[in-house]
Design a protein around this ligand. Structure first.
Ligand SMILES: NC(=O)c1ccc[n+]([C@@H]2O[C@H](COP(=O)([O-])OP(=O)(O)OC[C@H]3O[C@@H](n4cnc5c(N)ncnc54)[C@H](O)[C@@H]3O)[C@@H](O)[C@H]2O)c1
Ligand SMILES: O=C(O)[C@H](O)CO
Length: 386
């Protein structure tokens, strides 16, 4: 028999058994669970990605809810195991839930939580950082210094792209895409072109008002355009950042043909999910177009990179850290724990998952509601009147 995974137990006599498949930042989430009569078991096994079998062994015979991670495959097998153990609640510690088969969760009556909002600005800031780092070749220049190649100022040394007055393109102008667009428009006075299935009215109003402000101050106003196709964004923008969800419609959204439509000196940033970009095609494109640059936080086969990517000087690669600020990660842990706790306690669903601040205020008790349950309608769960 396989050796049991290492766990840390809090409040051993608690009535409800909740599992967290990973230690998570902060302590508030732990306290919120144990104050409400949960026995909390945190898997502390030194293994980055737990297998389905590992998680089945953690669930055991009796489990009321699980807080899991985006690296885990939550499908039929795990939801049926959780349901057999009496569990009715699961939450990803992430806003994206492409690792979760929501239909399987529905079949077993398990609520699926996610953590929107708390990571919007943090993730947008990383996308902005990658955009700037790529435009000004920061990583290449840093490496050059460290290996002792700098022997004095030169007119051609690490010449990059000026952002001011150029066009930023956003594909997927939801919470994070809109926050990123605002940063680039307001911070660098870029014009905006975006593509989304829905109109981003608040974003449009913001850019209009900012453009009027600039004009009134004698500066060149910024402009916006809602593109009628993704291709329009690819052709027109100088910097393009990808922020859609990952689903069937966005798999390999950026492929060989679409890369070829982009400007030769364009910058592509991906902080959404790796499979939104065909990474093999991207490596070929980077090889053929040395002035084209990318900033990648996510990869098609995480934790791996496609062959050749690591050798490309025109690629900046970071290990899926877009949401990694202390405040955000602690908040994600809190929201995930409250999703599970709320379902266990029979609380209703918070009416607006875009307004999660009341759950994050450390100085007051969180509302008696589940902050964000993605299948609440399918399960017919009641909505909070708060
Ligand atoms: N790298 C990271 O650490 C990190 C952090 C947070 C979120 N994410 C990813 O970012 C995604 C977006 O998060 P969000 O909070 O902004 O979600 P959101 O739901 O607010 O925004 C997603 C947007 O994508 C749009 N969209 C969906 N299908 C599309 C299509 N085919 N073409 C164009 N647009 C499409 C939607 O209409 C929506 O406006 C998450 O699902 C997650 O996968 C990654
Ligand atoms: O979807 C998410 O939340 C991220 O990928 C991790 O923050």
């Amino acid at each position: 028999m396989a050796k049991p995974l290492q766990i840390e137990v809090y409040n051993p006599n608690g009535k409800y058994r909740v599992i967290s498949t990973k230690p998570m930042p902060g302590t508030r989430w732990i306290n919120l669970l144990i104050e409400q009569d949960c026995r909390l078991e945190i898997c502390t096994q030194k293994k980055t990605i737990l297998s389905v079998e590992d998680i089945i062994s953690l669930i055991g015979d009796k489990c009321d809810g699980v807080i899991g991670q985006l690296t885990e495959e939550w499908g039929e097998t795990l939801f049926s195991a959780l349901s057999r153990a009496g569990g009715k609640a699961f939450s990803n510690m992430a806003v994206g839930y492409n690792n979760v088969d929501v239909n399987a969760a529905n079949k077993y009556g398990v609520a699926v939580g996610n953590t929107p909002g708390v990571l919007t600005e943090t993730t947008a800031e990383l996308a902005a950082s990658l955009s700037l780092s790529a435009a000004r070749r920061i990583v290449e220049a840093d490496e050059f210094m460290r290996i002792g190649l700098y022997d004095g100022w030169l007119p051609h040394l690490f010449v990059g792209n000026l952002l001011k007055g150029q066009t930023v393109g956003v594909i997927g102008a939801g919470r994070i895409g809109s926050a990123y667009a605002r940063m680039m428009v307001e911070g660098f006075k870029m014009n905006l072109i975006y593509y989304d299935l829905y109109q981003a009215t608040r974003l449009e109003k913001f850019v209009t008002a900012y453009g009027q402000f600039l004009k009134a101050n004698g500066e060149q106003p910024v402009t916006w355009k809602r593109a009628s196709s993704m291709e329009e964004v690819l052709r027109e923008a100088d910097v393009i950042s990808l922020h859609p969800i990952l689903d069937k419609t966005t798999y390999h959204l950026v492929n060989k043909e679409r890369l070829a439509m982009m400007k030769k000196e364009a910058i592509l940033v991906n902080c959404s999910r790796g499979p939104v970009v065909d990474e093999v095609a991207l490596v070929e494109h980077l090889k053929a177009n040395p002035m084209f640059r990318v900033g990648l936080d996510v990869f098609e086969d995480e934790p791996y990179m496609k062959p050749g990517l690591a050798d490309m000087k025109n690629a900046i690669v970071v290990p899926h850290i877009a949401s990694a600020s202390k405040w955000t990660r602690e908040g994600m842990a809190t929201l995930a724990a409250l999703n599970v706790l709320g379902k266990i306690k029979g609380y209703p669903i918070w009416s607006d998952p875009n307004r999660v601040e009341p759950f994050l205020d450390e100085n007051s008790r969180p509302p008696a509601a589940c902050p964000s349950i993605v299948n609440s309608k399918a399960l017919g769960l009641p909505v909070s009147k708060l």
